[in-house]
Design a protein around this ligand. Sequence first.
Ligand code: FES
Length: 322
Amino acid sequence: MTAHVQVKPSGWGFSVDGNDSLLEAALRAGLALDYGCSSGSCGKCKARILSGQAHRTRHADYALTAAEKNAGVVLMCCNTAHTDLVIEAHEAHGAADMPLQSIDTRVRSVSALGDGVRLLQLQTPRGNRLRFLAGQSASLSLAEGVGAAYPIASCPCDDRNLQFHVWRRAGDAFAEHVFGGLKGGDSVRLEGPRGEFVLNEESRRPLVFIACDTGFAPIKSLLEHAMALEAAETLHLYWIASSPGGHYLDNLCRSWRDALDNFRYHPISAQAVLWQLLGDHARLDECDVYVAGPAPWAQVTEFLLLELGLPRSQLRLDTREF
Ligand code: FES
């Protein structure tokens, strides 16, 4: 059975299949609801049922008070929807609503993503997942004391399995470990999330994403989140690579393009082509534009976008060292 759940006060909705918990289904749909352990022990995922019936699916160590039960409060990680529901729950509205967390994770795998980029997959403990917004970053460190900050390249809808695109850069000893022998089962300390390069969920404007090289990492997270939310009528991705093979997830982007009617993908190898395509982009001034890449490139891109008439308030930049 599939039930529909509407969340107040935001009005966002999501579907719940079978015995999935309300929390799992909401995260999969891209909603940033409050939660902590995902396992019934912290009480942070409380929601109030305004109409319809929820159904408990697992035991909770956290005890609701009698007054909360009488008011229709349930734990979203331990309940599913028995009928269509309207619930009242708190949602994060921006990076400031995200708590800073420290988590001991394990390496699931390290694999090559073309030349010079590694996909580092980390897994959190089941009861201590990372709550974050798409586009944010985290600091990673090893027992040896080396560490670095990287954008999270995966979607918040999978808060236990986290992806990072690690590239070699001068002075980054953490990257040298990733390229030089970090392996499945090794432990990595994670602290985060940080950063304000997040989706403006209040907006319903068409979305344009522009990435340069590994600036694709936070853009991928934003794109996957926007797809889960069905946040916009159209999604455009311009990805410029400064070296051959630099579109290291080209197949993934092409599969999105083939599967989604509203997704356009433009892999680009020359800066002049990017300028021309942006100049030709229909009604760019009515879009929200997200840009991620090396700072000098991003600054030039920002200048061009403003020259093309994009209002500054519709532009978000991530200009860390990619
Ligand atoms: S998230 Fe901790 S009790 Fe539900």
